[in-house]
Design a protein around this ligand. Structure first.
Ligand code: SAM
Length: 317
């Protein structure tokens, strides 16, 4: 993370940014609940999905593998979702729905929790879905049967109402009008189990609107988050992910996002309009240095005004 960064957040934005990436490539994370707080901390050891790290170049690297390594922290996210559900409902959630699932990494983590854990994923792009089935599910054998992926819009109905339904890494920012977002939130509520929770993440703070580029060192490559354009009048927000390799080659614009940046208060209002009865904010706490995020997400109403922050909204029916 850049030394210039004053923002906090150990969760990554997937993109965002700046304090990013959820964790170094190949590192394993664990989350646990301590006194009602969800604690997300890197663990000492971990299975490494970064097998070819020293040999990667722009020509040989696989963009989905790099994305998963640099941006996602499935174990930590799933622990968060599960722990929040357990703290609200007092029991284990079993059915998971991953909207904007792409490669389905979160679902893959979820179904490995037990033979009773099932998941559905929704995405409109067959390419990441196919990559995910080959790389995240094939190796699971029988367990992979507990995952159903739908090549469908996130507003589509699923097979089973979810206990936990998520839209992670700001993916819903691609819904750029209030009408579209309301339609999605309404569909999410309608298709949720009565005790289910709907979880979205978001990020904000003054730096989230800066046009800037930030580089994060991962194992065998650099992940670069570029906030290319932001228009305050419309909230239009264009971001790119690039990857840079030790031989000097670059994979430019491996992923491009044309988003609208949604604000927390707008999102709360739209969730309420969609019929959710309660929406809880979970903000990340601060390390002793007073600057970095500490990986502990606590329920809070007002949050803290720092230059870049990440939060979850957890909505209940
Ligand atoms: C940033 S990727 C998310 C990858 C991964 N799930 C994560 O959390 O990092 C966004 C995904 O959303 C998908 N997507 C965009 N609009 C969608 C829609 N309306 N319905 C379903 N999927 C959509 C894209 O195809 C893409 O795979």
């Amino acid at each position: 993370m850049s030394a210039s960064t004053q923002a906090k957040s150990s969760k990554s934005p997937a993109k965002p940014k700046s304090r990013p990436a959820r964790r170094p490539a190949g590192a394993k994370s664990s989350a646990r609940v301590v006194g009602g707080q969800v604690v997300r901390k890197p663990a000492k050891t971990g299975k490494s999905r970064a097998k070819k790290s020293s040999r990667r170049t722009a020509k040989t690297a696989d963009k989905y593998e790099l994305y998963q390594l640099a941006v996602q922290s499935a174990e930590t996210d799933v622990a968060f979702h599960r722990n929040v559900y357990k703290s609200l409902r007092g029991r284990e959630p079993l059915h998971f729905r991953e909207d904007f699932c792409g490669t389905g990494l979160l679902s893959s983590e979820w179904i490995q929790l037990s033979k009773h854990h099932t998941a559905e994923g929704f995405d409109i792009d067959p390419e990441p879905i196919a990559w995910g089935l080959a790389h995240n599910f094939d190796e699971l054998g029988e367990a992979a049967q507990r995952y159903t992926v739908h090549l469908k819009d996130v507003r589509s109905k699923g097979d089973v109402p979810a206990d936990v339904r998520v839209a992670q890494n700001f993916s819903y920012y691609c819904l750029t009008t209030r009408t579209e977002l309301l339609e999605y939130f309404r569909a999410a509520r309608a298709d949720l189990d009565d005790d289910g929770i709907f979880v979205i993440d978001l990020y904000g703070g003054s730096e989230s609107n800066d046009e800037m580029e930030e580089s994060l060192r991962c194992s065998g490559f650099h992940y670069i988050w570029e906030q290319a354009e932001f228009f305050p009048g419309t909230g239009e927000y264009v971001c790119h992910i690039h990857f840079r390799f030790p031989d000097g080659t670059e994979m430019r614009r491996a992923f491009t996002y044309k988003w609208r940046q949604w604000y927390l208060t707008e999102l709360r209002d739209i969730l309420a309009d969609a019929g959710f009865s309660q929406v809880h904010n979970y903000f990340e706490g601060t390390e002793k240095d007073g600057v970095s995020g500490n990986g502990v997400f606590r329920r809070g109403r007002r949050g803290e005004n720092c230059p870049a922050w990440i939060a979850y909204l957890v909505a209940t029916k």
